[in-house]
Ligand binder design. Structure first.
Ligand code: ATP
Ligand code: MG
Ligand code: FE
Length: 341
């Protein structure tokens, strides 16, 4: 089947054409970094307006590059949440209009399911169930991925998401926006052992994450003025990696049925994060799967792929389905301590 995927939940506008055989015929992406940089973070109203302007031309470009037309498409998939509601609505309404005009089915995709299934787009041999560390700008969760639409959440963050911690640290250290790649670049020039930073919840029985204390410690280290931004960035990154690895090690014990350890989401683009999780998987005798970097951060190929998986399972949606600012991936989300969804 041929799927058109649309993504507009944050500050990336994207459109992709992808087949259920994992053929990415085209993927187009427009970031909005320059528009948001002066504010040091994503401004929802600016993002929504930018999506309105860019999405149409991007869809046309995606079709042009693929050599396909709307008539060739079997289903139209778009992010329906969670995210900045104005942006989500732009993509979802566009998908509904295309679905209506072409009489093709709509697939409303949870953005987190896009991240969660992206490793299966990258690696055709990745089977369910797998243990997923989902680390992105708004989320930090450990999930047992049992199948399409079947997610068991083992852990979440009780305060900040991992990507949020990178972004805030970058802001505190004046490294620029978006923060993750900036911190990684600075960290490469620093000593990860130089600044003593906390490892919140390390070794605790509960598998959850916490990054707010780490951020405060970064602020204190900066104000002490005794270390370079590179050293603080390197020490911060090491602390995050230690926490992610420790919590994931704990979750592996609860997920004996997992066939692989998998990481996805924007922070999965970080080489230190990838390297340490790969080592953990080797230690546990499990295979390790991480999508290529372009598939870690927001993109429409992963939304198209989640759409392909859902379409194959017969999971299409009515045209009156609503956009959702919040949309936990697992059905039992409310039962897990802490907000973080
Ligand atoms: P969510 O998916 O939770 O709704 P989002 O879509 O905004 O949030 P993603 O696009 O998946 O998040 O990821 C963006 C986040 O990833 C940002 O916080 C960014 O700083 C972080 N990030 C990107 N590249 C890197 C990197 N190389 N190292 C660390 N963090 C990174
Ligand atoms: Mg972004
Ligand atoms: Fe995302």
């Amino acid at each position: 089947a041929l799927i058109l995927g649309l993504e507009s939940s944050c500050d990336e506008t994207a459109a992709a054409l992808i087949t259920s055989d994992r053929d990415v015929l085209s993927h187009k992406l427009a970031g909005q970094e320059a528009a948001h940089a002066p504010y040091g973070g994503v401004v929802p109203e600016i993002a929504a307006r930018a999506h309105v302007e860019i999405l149409g031309p991007l869809i046309e470009a995606a079709f042009a590059e693929s050599g396909k037309t709307l008539a060739d498409v079997d289903a139209i998939a778009a992010t329906a949440g969670p995210g900045l509601i104005g942006g989500v609505m732009v993509g979802l309404v566009t998908a509904k209009a295309l679905a209506l005009a072409s009489a093709k089915p709509l697939v409303a995709v949870n953005h987190l399911e896009g991240h969660a299934l992206s490793p299966r787009l990258a690696d055709a041999s990745l089977e369910f169930p797998y243990l997923l560390l989902l680390v992105s700008g708004g989320h930090c969760q450990l999930l047992l991925v049992e199948g399409v639409g079947r997610y068991r959440r083992l852990a979440t963050t009780i305060d900040d998401a991992a990507g949020e911690a990178f972004d805030k640290t970058a802001k505190l250290l004046g490294l620029g926006f978006p923060g993750g790649p900036a911190v990684e670049r600075a960290a490469a020039k620093g000593d990860p052992q130089s600044v003593k930073l906390p490892r919140p919840l390390l070794g605790s029985r509960e598998p959850h994450f916490s990054f707010a204390g780490l951020k405060s410690a970064v602020l204190r280290a900066r104000d002490a003025g005794t270390h370079s931004a590179q050293d603080i960035a390197a020490s911060f990154q090491q602390a995050v990696v230690d926490c992610l690895t420790d919590r994931t090690r704990g979750a592996l014990e609860q997920a004996a049925e997992a066939t692989a350890l998998v990481v996805a989401g924007g922070v999965a683009a970080n080489q230190a994060v990838r390297g340490n999780l790969e080592a953990l998987a080797a230690e546990a005798g499990l295979r390790f799967v991480a999508p290529p970097l372009w598939l870690c951060t927001d993109n429409a190929a992963m939304i198209g792929w989640a759409g392909a998986e859902r379409y194959a399972a017969g999971l299409t949606d009515p045209l009156d389905i609503a956009a959702r600012a919040r949309w936990p991936l697992d059905a039992n989300a409310e039962k897990v301590r802490g907000a973080g969804v």
